[in-house]
Design a protein around this ligand. Sequence first.
Ligand code: ADP
Ligand code: ASP
Ligand code: MG
Length: 488
Amino acid sequence: MNEPSQEGREAADLSCGCVVMKFGGTSVEDAAAIRRLCQLVARPSAQPRVVVVSALARVTDQLMSAGEAAAAGHLDSAREMLQVVHQRHQNVGGAVVRGELTRLFGEFDAEFTALDSLLRRIASDKALLPCAQDSLLGAGESLSSKLIHSALRSSGVNASLVDARECIVTDAAHTRATPLWDETNQRLQSVVLPLLESGQVPVMGGFVGATRDGIPTTLGRGGSDFSASIVAAGLHASRIEIWTDVDGILTTDPNLCPEARRVARMSFDEAADLAYFGARVLHPATLAPAMRGNIPVWVLNSRNPECPGTEIVAFCEPVDGVKAITTKRGVAIVDVEPVRWFAPELLREVFDVFERHEHSLDLLSASRGSLALLVSSVSGLPAIAEELKGMANVRWENHKALVCLVGEQVRRRPEIASQAFRAIGDIEVRMICQGASERSISFLVEESRAEEAVQRLHRAFFSNPEPAMERRASLAMCQAEWAWHGAD
Ligand code: ADP
Ligand code: ASP
Ligand code: MG
């Protein structure tokens, strides 16, 4: 294991094990939500706190719509959309801020003037380019951080505003940027640590960063969770709190199964699999920095703060079975069939072509005669198929969904698979991935059957446990083919 550097140790001492509190869109959506946030941050605590906030609920989507409208030549309606967002921030600000309202409204005016010019530029470009999109969408977090900073000060918290774009340094992969870790850690330590030392509560927007040259970037939709763990890792925080609108990580998406119940504890790996396979409650990249720093993550409900939530830690006692079920929609299956025979060079070439086209792969499975890949977007596939012409025939089908069972014991308990396939026996399963991940089984179904599959599986594993005898039924019951193995 790497010993922390002298600098790292000093930073750890200075940060005194701070807590990073991240509040998602619904936890800052209106005056009532922001008052709850202020109460949570103002609670007496021995530990210094850093607050990371998302844009107000739906604002990112509204900014995106304004950008798309401008790009399509509808500048007037784009500006009207912006006006609605401006008005909402003023209304909420007026309800929660005392004393600093003129300054805050001045900051909003400056922000919206810049956004107006940006919309004009997008309209003249006739396109919403990734770089412009990042400046546009990132404004949501910039506005909310200013609003919440003022609201916290109005409620007596010694808060100070930090521009996340000065701390989170990223590459230039607009709309899905990756942090440059060393620079980000240095900036966090030089900008945020002194504030903690002097007893202040730094407030910063999630989701956003900037390149070394200061060009705004974003970390991908839902990326404020990731921001919280980047900040926590850089400051050697003792805990990350993800404040959201549900009681923690639930056994499945409550929109699919209202009877879903809270999972009290999960391992980092389980939560990472769950996020990777589509559970919106955490951005998929969130767990890696927390794991590296061994920083526990709590998922908590800002509307029900007394609920203990879900604790995510390095190790937790394995539960005998499935811990949660998730689904990822909008998946396409790509069949790559070699023109002659399957050779390792083909695998290399396929990876290279996907990389050149910056097309990510969700899962991969190889058999003697072909290769099956799962991807979340089909946009680059025609060009990829063209490049592979002569070596392989590439065909794809979209509108599929991955359904995934997660739990530390899932792989060691073959009866889980048989129970799962009994529950969804009449739903066609196209591909099964088990083995590459220690703790999950996932399988591909038609998107139109995904909801039903999750509901049936949830009933099978969480409402109506089968007798042990039945659970030991043979794997032969599985109708699907077990040749597939997915990448973790
Ligand atoms: P925030 O705005 O706080 O970031 P999100 O909307 O991104 O919140 O994530 C919380 C939502 O995730 C919940 O309201 C719920 O609808 C959805 N969700 C999906 N799967 C799960 C799950 N397994 N546990 C909890 N919530 C889930
Ligand atoms: N506001 C951003 C989004 O809606 C980031 C986030 O909320 O995490 O995607
Ligand atoms: Mg979220």
